[in-house]
Design a protein around this ligand. Structure first.
Ligand code: IDP
Length: 137
């Protein structure tokens, strides 16, 4: 069993499709071991996306991620990190496979509805950024 970290991003929560994304998560065989709705501050978004701080879209991305609430999740299943990235689809919804979350729900390369850890080291940073041990069941 492996755990990964996921976010249902502001664009999806704003459009009230949180439930549709959760349905895809459960249909893909993940157990939700942690879940909460939070409204990130700009500084908290910057801390989360610290590795992207030199990228040209960093400021816009952090403004987007803090403009309204998100749902943060810890997901568990075999091969969870790779599987969740497959279920989300490519970063740019235009390039994502049919049936993926980003293809079905993404608005743009920035407002692409979902986040997922890209490696075990990333998940090991991202999960405790948002959740304590006691919040994971
Ligand atoms: P990922 O989320 O698929 O792992 P990353 O390259 O790590 O993609 O980028 C993090 C997030 O930054 C993306 O999910 C997207 O919201 C945003 N992003 C990535 N590339 C661009 C871009 O070229 N313009 C604007 N936003 C971008």
């Amino acid at each position: 069993m492996e755990r990964t970290f996921a976010i249902i991003k502001p664009d999806a929560v704003e459009r009230k499709i949180t439930g549709k994304v959760l349905a895809k998560i459960e249909e893909a065989g993940f157990s939700i071991v942690g879940m909460k709705k939070i409204h990130l501050s700009k500084a908290q978004a910057e801390g989360f996306y610290y590795v992207h701080k030199e990228r040209p879209f960093f400021n816009d991305l952090c403004a987007f991620m803090s403009r309204s609430p998100v749902v943060v999740l810890v997901l568990e299943r075999e091969n969870a990190i790779a599987k969740w990235r497959e279920v989300m689809g490519a970063t740019n919804p235009a390039n994502a496979e049919p049936g993926t979350i980003r293809k079905e729900f993404g608005v743009s390369i920035e407002e692409n509805s979902a986040h997922g850890s890209d490696a075990p080291e990333t998940a090991a940073f991202e999960i405790p950024y948002f959740f304590s041990q006691l919040e994971l069941v």
